[in-house]
Design a protein around this ligand. Structure first.
Ligand code: 6PG
Length: 455
């Protein structure tokens, strides 16, 4: 990603230096940067010496201790006013610590989420820088040029104070986990209930990508089904990939933060759990040998099934964004980030993994009301979602009958139903708490806290 960002900057006429300890990487940068204003340095000091003042340095290293090691290595060569960007997926609390640690040096430390993978870095990523506005002012021109471009401008903006950039990228990834899991739930039904083969799946996802579901993840899913296995060309690669999904932690961090801030993000939580569950491959296989097979006599109308699944995927995706953005809005207030959610939605419209056409409607809702806490409060958006509700219930019935787990999709329906219920059943929980623990309860007709001697 680092090399690709360097080449992207050079394409836009900037003179750029790269540094990697590995001499092969240095040579590769020089090779690919031939004919452009690209240099590869052989040491950190030599690298810093090539830079104009204020120096603008971007680190692209794996999150964790290595970020601190690079900061320690470069710090002696930097001075007040220089900008040091961490473009990796660092945990936001680490970013806060690093900002604090560098404060006295006058170096602007910028935690910046970068999304879009290697191709995005080369052709136009979505970037989420935080930190302080003075630091961003020095970066704006470069970042706006290398970012993905949309009708609503380049996919970069100053996201907010402190660790806002990394927090926003974390939430982006939480939503990414939820949408990926939703697509795999839909795939399970299409394959196992609909009986569709990979060529048909390719056509279905391609069609969907030409409609309201248009998004990067649906687009690449369509392509995945066509990829031949490079070991045995008679097979499709997707069929020989082990069904155990790995993770680097950003989805879990999103859920962790949401739990701490008391914001319901069940779609994201369920997506993380589903990845965890997938790792129990041996256990799953064992239980599979003695479980009773699903028996369903209901004939499936395949055309109808496709429509249900398309609508259900739309519903689930919309809920994933809803939950993630609710979390982001609350985190912004809590951590004093001052994030403009409509702007975040705008910069997610291109370049990033969760870009989708649906974000246009979502952005409209936040432009109408920048204090919107939850998207469901926007009547138009809620109505749009409601129109897809019956398809979700049909898909859930089909999945249950066929013993196919669809945790994110079913939790999405629960979420919308519960979030739109004025009088819920939580009064009973309060009664139970007060019964066994004298935890008190509030009343609907009087203010204050009450306790009853129940027994
Ligand atoms: C992106 C991706 C990127 C990375 C994920 C993968 O926006 O470009 O989100 O950051 O691919 O972190 O995360 P997992 O390994 O946890 O799936």
């Amino acid at each position: 990603m680092g090399r690709n960002l360097v080449l992207n900057m050079a394409d836009h006429g900037f003179s750029v230096s790269g540094y990697d300890r590995d001499t092969n990487q240095q040579n590769r940068l020089l090779e690919e940067g031939k004919g452009k204003q690209v240099q590869a340095a052989a040491s950190m000091q030599a690298f810093v010496e090539t830079l104009e003042i204020p120096r603008r340095v971007m680190m692209l290293v794996p999150a964790g201790k290595i970020v601190d090691a690079v900061i320690d290595e470069i710090k002696p060569f930097l001075q007040a006013g220089d900008i040091l960007i961490d473009g990796g997926n660092s945990h936001y609390t680490d970013t806060d610590t690093r900002i604090e640690r560098l404060k006295e040096t006058g170096i602007h430390f910028t935690g910046m989420g970068v999304s879009g993978g290697e191709d995005g870095a080369r052709l136009g990523p979505s970037m989420m820088p935080g930190g302080n506005k003075a630091g961003y002012a020095e970066l704006k021109n470069i970042l706006e040029k290398i970012a993905a471009q949309t009708d609503d401008g380049p996919c970069v903006t100053f996201v907010g104070n402190g660790s806002a950039g990394h927090y926003t990228k974390m939430v982006h990834n939480g939503i990414e986990y939820a949408i990926m899991q939703l697509i795999s739930e839909v795939y399970a039904i299409l394959k196992n209930v609909g009986g569709y083969n990979n060529d048909e799946l390719h056509t279905i996802f391609t069609d969907w990508n030409n409609g309201p579901l248009q998004s990067f993840l649906v687009e690449i899913t369509a392509k995945i089904f066509l990829q031949a296995d490079d070991v045995d060309a008679s097979k499709r690669l997707v069929d020989v990939i082990l069904d155990r999904a790995a993770q680097k932690g950003t989805g879990m961090w999103t859920s962790e933060s949401a739990l701490k801030l008391n914001i319901p993000t069940a779609a994201i939580d369920e997506a993380v759990s589903a990845r965890d569950l997938s790792s129990f491959k041996k256990e799953r296989e064992t239980i599979d040998t003695f479980k009773t097979a699903a028996t369903t006599n209901n004939a499936i109308d395949k055309k109808q099934l496709l429509q249900y699944l398309q609508d259900a995927l739309y519903f689930g995706m919309a809920v994933s964004y809803t939950q993630g953005l609710h979390l982001l809005q609350v985190a912004s207030t809590n951590f004093k980030y001052e994030i403009d959610i409509a702007e975040v939605v705008r910069i997610w419209k291109g370049g990033c993994i969760i870009r989708s056409v649906m974000l246009n409607d979502i952005r409209k809702a936040y432009l109408n009301n920048d204090q919107l806490t939850n998207l469901l409060l926007d009547k138009e958006f809620y109505t749009l979602l409601s129109n897809h509700r019956s398809a979700v219930t049909e898909v859930i019935k089909i999945a249950m009958e066929n013993k196919i787990g669809i945790p994110v999709l079913s939790s999405s329906l629960n979420y919308v139903d519960m979030f739109s219920t004025g009088r819920s059943a939580s009064n009973l929980i309060q009664a139970q708490r007060d019964y066994f623990g004298a935890h008190t309860y509030e009343r609907i007709d009087k203010t204050g806290n009450f306790h009853t001697n129940w027994s």
